[in-house]
Design a protein around this ligand. Sequence first.
Ligand code: RTP
Ligand code: MG
Length: 133
Amino acid sequence: MNRTFVMVKPDGVGRNLIGVIMTRFERKGLKLTNAKMMNIDRELAEKHYVEHKGKPFFEELIDFIMSGPVFAMVWEGQDAVKNARSLIGRTNPSEAAPGTIRADYALDVSSNIVHGSDSDESAEREITNFFGK
Ligand code: RTP
Ligand code: MG
């Protein structure tokens, strides 16, 4: 058993996709253990995406994630990180496999609907950042 941090990004919230995204995770067999609607300030945005600091898309990424409310979640289950990322699909929706969230609901790499942690270490760090210890 492990857990992962998943977040519906401002584009997903704005397009009323929270429900369909949560349904996919529930149908997979993962369990929701925490969730909240919130706004991300610059400090949290830069902390969350610190690995991308200095990259050409960093400022756009920070502005985008702060552009509206997000829906932050913790999902638990077998291989939660890996299974969540397979439901989400490749970063660029045009390369994502059909049936994944990004393939089915997004067109553009910079607004790709949903975030999922990329390792157990990232998951624990992100859960602490968003939900506290
Ligand atoms: P995320 O962290 O948001 O779940 O996405 P990810 O792991 O699939 O991708 P990551 O490499 O962590 O990149 C974070 C977000 O930055 C934007 N990005 N834009 N223009 C580009 O080449 C580019 N590359 C990445 C994406 O919105 C990606 O979700
Ligand atoms: Mg990432």
